[in-house]
Design a protein around this ligand. Structure first.
Ligand code: TYC
Length: 106
């Protein structure tokens, strides 16, 4: 019988271990856009109601949007960001304000 070398498993040293794939899911920024018609108090209310901001934080972000044109109001998973955008857009439409809310991959 042939004398097979004991430690030759035939894999010629193939590296089988790979880096564990632990890619985090992408995050999405939710943005509020300025317009000329939506009342400031309405925007402040939206930021308190849907983004859990206190009155001072909400007022500050509203003013940033008013002056700069837009601001990021939060960063969320895709599903949560999409829900926030829908909630804000529905709420604004129901109150007949043209407020716009969008999301953008971070
Ligand atoms: N520019 C609006 C006004 O003067 C106020 C406003 C702020 C509107 C922020 C939208 O996202 C907005 N009444």
């Amino acid at each position: 019988m042939a004398n097979k070398p004991k430690d030759d498993d035939g894999d010629a040293g193939v590296v089988l271990e790979t880096k564990p794939k632990t890619k985090r899911p992408p995050l999405y920024k939710v943005l509020i856009l300025n317009d000329d018609y939506t009342p400031m108090e309405f925007v402040v209310h939206v930021l308190e109601r849907f983004f859990g901001l206190n009155h001072a934080q909400a007022f500050e972000i509203m003013l940033t949007v008013h002056k700069k044109g837009l601001a990021v109001v939060g960063v969320f998973s895709f599903e949560v960001a999409e829900t926030k955008v829908t909630q804000v857009m529905d709420f604004a439409r129901r109150h007949q304000h043209p407020l716009q809310c969008t999301m953008e991959k971070e």
